[in-house]
Ligand binder design. Structure first.
Ligand code: NAP
Length: 346
């Protein structure tokens, strides 16, 4: 545990994940914002760029320079678009900065990345240096890591919902697991896209990237390839939040109470993962603005299908909250430090 605050840089502070990182870091007792940098398109003081941070003392937002960043920071969060983000994260890590990358660039082997992201991958020897930061399942490796690959938002919600059942020797899963996932529009980033304009998005609801969403292999990898998943992603006309509904066909005669008991004991020591009483379903509003996850299970005895529902905030546990949770693990702070915000609900 170190005495002086950790000097923090955020690369991509004008994106949605970066903005959320600023919000969390300024409330964290052991972190101090010392560097903010992006593409140079939105430079200036915090007050000039963000009216809601006008009262916050912090560094100006400048054009990114790896050497300047390495001088100014002990720790960097890199929240740039995939394809750019991993390269920048590796540049900083090579300069001795402890780095958390929020993109998909360091999560998958290079051939799988190329197939699902359609972008030039980083070399496998570099990717293998990055520790996958799904906090609940990788604490000892995260604690020792200098390069952390933060999980995807849909992936986080789906893996946390499915890990208990997929890894349970009592359950026999038949066939692929269907994951029906819905996200608020901040999941698509802040760049201008016509289909994300208010008049296009409001009052509408539809699936996208059917059969090809890049979080599919990340989920299967994190579930140790114990099952194949069919992920359907949909865009909700709300700002934040993800709801996943997973359908798992079970054979054998595991009873609903046993499954519920297993989920409860699986997550009983987790400060951020909450299994609801049997029969209750999670609401997105319960977790928006927080790092919390809520999970509800229901065994449909007529069909033998287990339904598992999970909710997260895509910018909280799905991105910036989990990134800070990983930093808390890496520096030996209490895992909830700086992450105690409760949901607004209304
Ligand atoms: N949004 C989510 O819910 C979410 C969840 C999990 C993970 N992620 C991941 O987090 C990363 C950021 O996502 P986001 O939604 O925050 O994206 P975003 O809103 O589109 O923001 C992207 C940021 O990257 C900066 N940028 C773009 N190209 C750059 C370059 N060449 N050099 C330096 N800065 C550059 C932009 O800066 P300027 O404003 O200066 O152009 C902006 O600050 C992505 O990899 C995404 O997959 C996002």
């Amino acid at each position: 545990m170190q005495e002086r605050p950790i000097r923090v840089g955020i690369i991509g502070p004008t994106g949605y994940a970066g903005m959320e990182l600023i919000r969390i870091v300024i409330g964290h007792p052991h972190l101090e914002l010392t560097y903010l940098a992006g593409s140079g398109n939105h430079s200036g003081t915090l007050a000039e760029v963000f009216p809601h941070f006008a009262h916050v003392a912090g560094p100006d937002i400048v054009t990114f320079d790896a050497d300047v960043c390495a001088q100014a920071c002990d720790l960097a969060f890199v929240a740039l678009p995939s394809g750019e983000s991993g390269k920048v994260a590796v540049e900083l890590w090579r300069r001795g900065v402890r780095t958390v990358d929020l993109s998909g660039d360091l999560r998958l082997p290079s051939d799988v990345y190329q197939t699902w992201y359609g972008k030039e991958p980083l070399p496998d020897d570099v990717i293998q240096e990055a520790v996958y930061g799904l906090s609940e399942f990788n604490r000892s490796r995260i604690a020792a890591a200098n390069l952390i690959s933060n999980p995807g938002c849909y992936a986080t919600a789906a893996i946390l919902a499915l890990k208990p059942i997929v890894s349970w020797s009592e359950a026999r899963i038949q066939g692929p697991v269907a994951i029906d996932a819905k996200s608020g529009v901040t999941g698509a980033g802040r760049g201008l896209k016509s289909h994300l304009l208010f008049a296009e998005l409001a009052n509408d609801f539809y699936p996208y990237r059917v059969g090809s969403h890049q979080h599919t292999p990340e989920i299967e990898q994190a579930l140790s390839h114990e099952c194949t998943v069919l992920l359907t992603t949909q865009l909700l006309p709300v700002m934040r939040g993800i709801l996943t509904s997973s359908y798992v066909t079970l054979s054998g005669d595991v009873r609903a109470e046993e499954i519920q008991g297993h989920y409860e004991s699986f997550y009983q020591d987790e400060p951020f993962v909450h299994v609801l009483p049997y029969g209750q379903v999670p609401h997105m509003k319960s977790v928006v603005g927080t790092n919390h996850v809520q999970i509800g299970v229901h065994l449909n005895e007529r069909t033998g299908i287990l339904q598992v529902f999970s909710v997260i905030d895509n910018l909280g546990k799905g991105a910036s909250g989990q990134a800070v949770q990983n930093v808390n693990i890496a520096y030996g702070f209490a895992e909830t430090t700086g992450l105690t915000q409760e949901a607004l609900w209304t």
